[in-house]
Ligand binder design. Sequence first.
Ligand SMILES: NC(=O)c1ccc[n+]([C@@H]2O[C@H](COP(=O)([O-])OP(=O)(O)OC[C@H]3O[C@@H](n4cnc5c(N)ncnc54)[C@H](OP(=O)(O)O)[C@@H]3O)[C@@H](O)[C@H]2O)c1
Length: 336
Amino acid sequence: MSLKNVLPAHIGFGSAPMGNMFRAVPDEEALATMNAAWDEGIRYYDTAPLYGAGLAEIRVGELLSRKPRDEFVLSTKVGRVILDELETGNRDLGEKGDLFANGRKNKIVHEWTAEATERSVEGSLKRLGVDRIDILWVHDIAQDFHGDLWVSKFEEARTGAFRVLSRLRDEGVIKAWGLGVNRTEPVEMTLALDEPRPDGFLLAGRYSLLDHEHALQRLLPMAAEQGVDMVVGGPYSSGILAGGTHFEYVEAPPDIVDRVKRIKALADRYGVGVKAAALQFSLAHPASAAVIPGATKPSRIAEDLAALREQVPVDFWRELREADLVSPKAPLPGGV
Ligand SMILES: NC(=O)c1ccc[n+]([C@@H]2O[C@H](COP(=O)([O-])OP(=O)(O)OC[C@H]3O[C@@H](n4cnc5c(N)ncnc54)[C@H](OP(=O)(O)O)[C@@H]3O)[C@@H](O)[C@H]2O)c1
């Protein structure tokens, strides 16, 4: 089913930070942030077993398991099975290193086979305390976690997770499935397959104001041709576009800091927030079904919603393009 028919609105809640990404978030602060999202009317929540080894799912579940099930849309991911057993050795999380070092210490099995997919979904349902999940993303079968081995992980998922999720969708158990990745190539490869057919994809960090060129080259034309929609993850490139200091989950390098300064200088001239520009840019592509910023502070939610509603003059977008701060190929809000 098209994601645009499944998702309730253009904005959802990205729960990676609820897994203690970057820092240990106290339970009360996490719950207050989740409650703020609900109270402000957010009705789409994205999570994953990986986020704090089940911690984000538990926190999302604390909120959603008490709400009427028909009132929200929930996505989680497959590819990491969380065991009850605790990890004693070092975890290998590829490029992302110890992003969730403050999460739970449970052992994580990285596996995309059919059997692991079923176990992963079972574990998610339990941690979330819900009886169904609407969208399942095949998580991180990409270069950033597996280097050159990603193609073999892709193959494991193609013959495992893809088939299971496709069957669950055809049986009506879930509404949609696709990939949840930080790289474009695995989605391109999936869209090139004759079957199984995904309903959409969650692309993180690759359709932000700071990084979108690659997605525009091949992936998004393919998606448009096939009528497949995108959920945009990491719209702030993990923080720098929202006033934070992270880019791609590490401290931003000088060239990125400089680029954001140039965007901010232009935005200031038009009285526009960079946050507003970031969210509205990500949503302006016709394939974008929703954007899902992450947060750990309750005040961020109202800020995100205000950014989405902010009136941004078309001349701002024109100048952004003229200054070469966005790709000439990127569709801009207001049809610019
Ligand atoms: N492979 C995948 O499928 C994948 C990969 C990445 C992301 N995703 C999804 O996309 C969602 C969003 O991505 P993300 O959470 O990684 O990154 P993001 O939305 O680009 O950025 C989130 C960060 O922005 C910061 N922020 C927001 N407002 C701010 C402000 N006013 N000042 C300073 N900092 C501010 C938040 O800080 P605070 O914590 O201080 O509020 C948070 O750490 C994830 O939660 C996840 O659901 C999926």
